[in-house]
Design a protein. Structure first.
Length: 752
């Protein structure tokens, strides 16, 4: 029988263990800095969000400055830029790391004194900013009000600390990042406002595809006065400018009927005899007001601000614990865990708590028993992001695959760049096929594989009316797309189709479809038709087979236009053949010439860390026998050059976590070099020890440990499960089954 003394000791020890665990969890969250990426066009924001959240509460500081309207004075794709100083509120549906503007709507702000509804007049400077995973706060200087924000999955929660006197909470439905028109607002009671805002002209490219986002806002204290406002606007006709005031704002006090319009809002006013806090909860839905209210009531209900934040903090802890690291300095750990944090924002949840969501292209409301994801920036994420999700969050990756497959069933086509069940058709290629093949080949097969394969073939073979692969007939017949074909970026598009065809070939091979395997394998290397040995570039050709006479390898630098390439120049696309590295080496004349060309890319400063096609380039040295040390040295150099614990700490748009996925892999010491092929290439890691906590439901092991011996930037030797390995490329299964990868390192020198 266990004694009472021993039992007490047991519980004391258990309590101590739990305290230690709690401290470890807190330490991980302490390494998240949401301000990373909020400058240098990183396009992230420091707002409060839960993992994969539909709702988020972001400071909105891009709407102008006092007495000067600056909205859209430059390409603003996100609600917050760190160097801006003028706040006009807090938006409740936002995107992170995306290079095109959209959302940034349902904007609230606390004010004091007499009611003012002009955002240029009620806006304020702010100070004492704080941001953590799931939390944001700032002091609004003009009003001496502290604004705090947290969020659950579908509800944004704010807490405003007011001084004594007259105070207001405004909900402005006229502000946003794009120029959609149309909103509705209804003050239900002194403690509730509901409404709708139209959104949907992503990149300003499809305004007719606008759709509603619904909200219900509840306030912890009843207002002493409430009302609505409406301001007539006049559009000045310039795409790059916002609408200007063209009339006097009309305010209706105590109005409880619905108001519709383009620049409308509602307010709650309080007369506080002493300092008070008011909490505001805003439930979001893309289906209906009823669902927005249900999301709010069932997800948050009567929980207060602190309780919601505690739950969200716990959720972030669970997400971050998939990787444990030892060694490295505080900045390096912060870069790493903030990157992991950023990968858990998009794709985000679209379905309401009852499972309902808007279908793609049908106008119907669907229902899921699982999770319907949205925000698929696939041209970016097929290269490394989904591979990382398969490794660290396999259940989520399967849910994403099933979401994409449901889109095909609804719309008849796989997604290309999907946002809130609308297809934006942004960027090029056929990336969904790559994601399906990669997911399947990594062992995640719990989706309708035959339907997925059918969808992949439809995109690759349908030449009648194919929204995913323009120029497909010419691509099949000639092996490339001509520069005179009216397809934008024909060299880049040919390369993207090659990678997609390679992915289909690998899937076909796995499914035993030999004829398809042969066909798509042959198609996947047609980039060779565009390689000009005289210039050493993949360059545009005319349809008749002649070279484009005005070819300039530097045209397209810094995202300028180029007739052959998408967002890049000939240098930046030269090595984007991750599925046929040996074939490209052969075209260039062998290992030495391949190395010299790769050296030249970096020496001439033509490598672009902000551009996805270049992501694998530093790793290509691993495929040159005897020069593998250059890969580790180069990746180490790129990490320290481009990633920082600072607002400018991401080298460009985070692209829904793709830039972050690159640095996560690179700091851990391995990278998925070939999409749709479950292999990794190895470099010297940043940290002394990396432990990946694998999901045992999907993998035969519970963890993979990577240990770095020495403080070098190149690999001296490697040992997997006690056996020495000499290959810098390792299949996924042996790597994971090996459990322990030990990497001996040394420092390179310039003369090596």
């Amino acid at each position: 029988m266990t004694s009472l003394k021993n039992t007490s000791l047991f519980f004391v020890m258990l309590f101590a263990i739990n305290i230690v665990k709690g401290q470890e969890e807190m330490q991980l969250l302490d390494y998240v800095n949401p301000f990373i990426g909020t400058s240098n066009f990183g396009a992230t924001n420091p707002g409060a969000i839960a993992p994969r959240g539909m709702a988020s509460v972001s400071p909105f500081n891009v709407a102008g400055a006092e007495n000067k309207l600056e909205k859209d004075s430059r390409w603003l794709s996100n609600p917050y830029v760190h160097e801006n100083t003028f706040l006009t509120g807090f938006s409740h549906v936002n995107m992170s790391g995306v290079g095109c503007p959209e959302l940034g709507v349902i904007v609230s702000i606390p004010t004091t004194g007499e009611l003012e509804t002009n955002h240029l007049k009620y806006g304020t400077t702010y100070s004492e900013e704080t941001a953590e995973a799931g939390y944001y706060s700032a002091q609004l200087d003009k009003y001496k009000v502290k604004a705090e924000a947290t969020a659950s999955t579908r509800v944004g929660v704010s807490r405003y600390s007011f001084p004594a006197g007259k105070s207001n909470i405004l909900l402005n439905l006229g502000l946003g990042l794009t120029n959609e028109q149309g909103a509705m607002v209804h003050v239900v009671s002194p403690t509730e406002i509901e409404g709708m805002r139209m959104v949907g002209s992503f990149c300003y490219n499809n305004p007719e595809a606008a759709y509603p986002v619904y909200f219900v806002a509840k306030f912890s204290k009843p207002a002493d006065e409430f009302g609505v406002w409406k301001t007539p606007y006049k559009y000045n006709g310039l795409e790059s400018q916002w609408m200007h005031y063209n009339g006097e704002t009309r305010i209706k006090k105590g109005f409880t009927r619905e108001v519709v319009g383009d620049s409308i809002g509602a307010y709650m006013t309080y007369n506080f005899k002493k300092p008070q806090q008011v909490e505001m909860k805003i439930g979001i839905s893309y289906v209906s007001l009823e669902n927005a209210k249900e999301n709010l009531e069932k997800e948050v209900g009567n929980s207060n601000f602190e309780s919601v934040y505690a739950n969200t903090r716990k959720a972030w802890n669970e997400k971050l614990q998939v990787v444990e690291i030892e060694g490295g300095n505080k900045d390096e750990k912060t870069i790493f865990y903030t990157a992991l944090f950023h990968t858990q924002i998009h794709p985000n949840i679209l379905n309401d708590i009852n499972g309902e969501y808007p279908e793609v292209g049908t106008g119907k409301i669907g229902r899921t028993e699982g999770t319907r994801y949205t925000t698929f920036s696939l041209w970016d994420t097929y290269r490394n992001y989904h591979q990382l999700m398969s490794l660290l969050y396999p259940e989520e990756q399967l849910e994403m695959a099933n979401s994409m497959l449901d889109m095909y069933k609804e719309n008849g086509w796989l997604p290309k760049w999907e946002l809130n069940s609308t297809e934006t058709f942004t960027m090029v290629g056929d990336p969904a096929a790559i994601v399906f093949a990669d997911t399947y080949l990594r062992g995640l097969t719990d989706f309708d594989v035959q339907t997925a394969y059918e969808a992949m073939l439809k995109s690759a073979l349908n030449t009648v009316s194919n929204p995913l692969r323009p120029g497909l007939i010419q691509y099949i017949e000639k092996g490339y797309i001509g520069v005179d074909s009216h397809v934008k970026g024909p060299v880049s598009v040919t390369q993207e189709y090659n990678i997609a065809d390679y992915a289909i070939a690998q899937m076909a091979n796995e499914l035993g479809k030999n004829e398809d395997y042969q066909k798509f394998s042959e198609r996947s290397t047609s980039y060779k038709n565009l390689y000009n040995p005289e210039t050493g570039f993949l360059q545009p050709k005319n349809t008749d087979g002649t070279w484009f006479s005005e070819f300039d390898p530097l045209a397209g630098t810094n995202f300028a236009s180029n007739p052959g390439y998408i967002e890049g120049n000939a240098w930046q696309y030269l090595f984007m053949v991750p599925h046929d590295i040996e074939g490209l080496k052969e075209e260039m004349g062998g290992n030495s010439k391949f190395e010299a060309r790769l050296d030249e890319l970096f020496e001439k400063d033509q490598f672009d860390m902000a551009n996805e096609p270049d992501f694998a380039y530093g790793y290509l040295y691993n495929f040159i026998p005897g020069k593998e040390y250059k890969a580790s040295a180069k990746i180490n150099e790129l990490i320290h050059q481009y990633y920082k614990n600072a607002p400018e700490g991401i080298p460009g748009n985070d692209d829904t976590g793709t830039m972050s996925a690159w640095v996560i892999y690179s700091m851990m010491g391995f990278y998925p070099i070939t999409p749709a092929k479950p292999v990794y290439t190895i470099v010297a890691p940043t940290f002394e020890k990396v432990k990946l906590n694998l999901d045992p439901r999907f993998y035969n092991k519970t963890h993979l440990i990577i240990e770095k011996i020495g403080n070098g930037n190149a690999i001296k030797s490697m040992e997997l499960k006690g056996e020495e390995i000499n290959n810098y490329t390792i299949q996924q299964d042996p790597l994971l089954l090996g459990e322990n990868l030990i990497i001996q390192t040394y420092k390179t020198n310039e003369n090596e």
